[in-house]
Design a protein around this ligand. Structure first.
Ligand code: ADP
Ligand code: MG
Length: 229
């Protein structure tokens, strides 16, 4: 069984029809523990595709299958539940809350967890992950006292604290300098191997894309698998 699937997804914005068809019958299957990159020009629909896959946006037509379940007819609450359990998101901006420390920020996704044992496990996992990404010594600092690269690594930890099966990253290195971008790309590839986690990363960087198992290109509403050379 595939971990996540898009089947014949089409999406256009507005009501003018074909003129602004962003995704045109796009299908994509992601296996457990797979890693893939999505590249393509600005405005080609990469964020739209990722948001549909992550149930943040709805397709015009087609089906989204997560863990074998067709979620196309789920209510907003049903989608939120599967999203929280199953998917982690990383965006171009880290979106850490400035008034909270790093550890407080990465523990936020555990707020709905009422069970004490599960919460304790989550806290231990958060600390291990912060250690894993090289932030162990900084967990009590606020984002303003950290570099953008460090904040983005914390955002990756926050996305993983609920043990998602699928990590979706939309241009996660877009606000980083070249050195930090490479470090983050390497980290995503390593976490994919270490954590039983499928990773989908939208990126303009061929260097980062090459670290992923498969590279897809989105253009003119169609997705194609590129041969890795
Ligand atoms: P990418 O992430 O590849 O840059 P997007 O998925 O953000 O592309 O956008 C694809 C196209 O859809 C662009 O032409 C963009 O202007 C348009 N678009 C995206 N979101 C909206 C929206 N909420 N309303 C109208 N048009 C949108
Ligand atoms: Mg985008």
């Amino acid at each position: 069984m595939m971990l996540a699937e898009l089947r014949n997804i089409s999406k256009s914005y507005g009501t003018q029809g074909k003129g602004n068809l962003v995704l045109d019958q796009v299908s994509l299957a992601i296996g457990e523990n797979e890693s893939l990159a999505i590249t393509g020009p600005s405005g080609s629909g990469k964020s739209t595709l990722l948001n549909i896959l992550g149930t943040l946006d709805s397709p015009g037509s087609g089906e989204v299958i997560l863990n074998g379940t067709n979620v196309s007819l789920f209510t907003a609450n049903g989608l939120a539940a599967i999203r929280n359990r199953f998917i982690g998101f990383v965006f171009q901006q880290h979106h850490l809350l400035p008034q909270l420390t790093l550890i407080e920020n990465v523990l936020l996704p555990l707020m709905p967890v009422r069970d004490r044992v599960n919460r304790k496990d989550g806290e231990e996992r958060a600390r291990r992950l912060l250690d894993r990404v090289g932030l162990a010594g900084m967990i009590h600092r606020r984002p303003a006292n950290l570099s953008v690269g460090e904040c983005q690594r914390a955002a990756v930890v926050r996305a993983m604290v609920n043990q998602p099966k699928l990590l979706l990253a939309d241009e996660p290195t877009g606000s980083l300098d070249a050195g930090n971008a490479m470090q983050l790309g390497k980290l995503l590839a390593e976490l994919n191997l270490e954590q039983k986690l499928a990773v989908v990363v939208v990126t303009h960087s061929m260097e980062i894309a090459m670290r992923m198992g498969k590279i897809y290109q989105l253009a003119s509403g169609k997705i194609t698998l590129l041969e890795k050379s």
